[in-house]
Design a protein around this ligand. Structure first.
Ligand SMILES: NC(=O)c1ccc[n+]([C@@H]2O[C@H](COP(=O)([O-])OP(=O)(O)OC[C@H]3O[C@@H](n4cnc5c(N)ncnc54)[C@H](OP(=O)(O)O)[C@@H]3O)[C@@H](O)[C@H]2O)c1
Length: 274
């Protein structure tokens, strides 16, 4: 396991590679100088941002694979197969390939790499950068003993992590990877409501964010059902119930369920062309 975690590479140095690098470094699981990330052009803003974290950078994808025991495939889904074709020759039995790309199945990943390549899919989210992420992973058929544990250890260093069957990777994207955006939207809208009612904007954001943290912590730490927590603040004929009624009439819950479903389906579609 130590081998897999001794050097980490990122093919693609964008938002998710930066979030994971920052989280890994902060957790102390790996030193910044043991991480190597690539992007096609030296002028990439992403390369300079990831460099600021102390990560080594290159424009050569093959160099990333040659110098890393664990290689994250962190390019956009439509680029994954061409990047894998480029580096396939360097993926030997010592390499663990971890794809975070939405929609690209283990079968497709495996088909672009040598027959016995050790491949894992991970679905992370951006709060990994502050070590409050959550991710799931699903392992390919040629992983060896310790690979799943290595991925678990790495991803657990930046949040919670669970092993799932591959069919659930996209649904988890819907609830967690895309889900953060749905919550940011809700947070912004609540703050706007506060501003409309006269609260200064900075305080409105601060209180909307802390309200979300508090609500999430109650469900997680007290292991209470969210519906119970909601009922507890809805007194008969009260203010909160008046607001809940407005949300129910607007289809708030159905909209969130639809959003998770839409993100899941979009991710599944992205993989179909590969
Ligand atoms: N963002 C999320 O919240 C999130 C969550 C879960 C999973 N994911 C998955 O993570 C992957 C990356 O997403 P992202 O949001 O980090 O994307 P991004 O910010 O657009 O980053 C993509 C990176 O890939 C680089 N790149 C493009 N073509 C390349 C090539 N041929 N070889 C090497 N690098 C190349 C880009 O270079 P430049 O710097 O020059 O643009 C950029 O650094 C996607 O597959 C996505 O499905 C993302």
């Amino acid at each position: 396991m130590a081998g897999a975690l001794s050097s980490v590479g990122f093919l693609g140095a964008g938002k998710m590679a930066q979030a994971l690098s920052r989280g890994f470094i902060k957790s102390g699981i790996i030193e910044s100088t043991s991480i190597l990330a690539s992007a096609p052009q030296n002028t990439s803003v992403n390369l300079s941002l990831i460099k600021d974290l102390g990560v080594r950078t290159t424009t050569d994808n093959r160099e990333v694979v040659r110098n890393s025991n664990t290689v994250f495939v962190s390019v956009k889904p439509h680029v994954v197969t061409s990047v894998l074709d480029e580096v396939a020759e360097d993926v030997n039995k010592d390499k663990l390939v971890v794809s975070i790309a939405a929609g690209i199945s283990l079968k497709v990943l495996q088909s672009r790499l040598p027959a016995s390549a050790r491949v894992v899919r991970v679905m992370p989210n951006t709060p990994s950068l502050i070590r409050e992420g959550c991710s799931v992973y699903s392992v390919g058929e040629h992983v060896v003993e310790g690979d799943g544990e290595a991925v678990d250890k790495l991803m657990s260093s930046v949040g919670s992590c669970a092993k799932v069957t591959e069919a659930l990777v996209e649904p988890f994207l819907g609830i967690s990877s895309s889900g953060v955006a749905f919550l940011f939207l809700a947070m912004e809208a609540m703050a706007d409501g506060g501003v409309k009612m006269g609260i200064p904007r900075a305080m409105a954001y601060e209180f909307a964010a802390q309200t979300m943290i508090g609500a999430a912590r109650m469900v997680k730490d007290l292991e209470q059902h969210p519906a119970q927590c909601k009922d507890d603040v809805c007194s008969p004929g009260g203010c909160t119930m008046a607001g809940v009624h407005v949300l129910e009439k607007a289809g708030f819950r159905g909209s969130l369920m639809d959003a998770v479903e839409a993100a899941t389906k979009r991710a599944q579609e992205l993989g179909k062309d590969q």
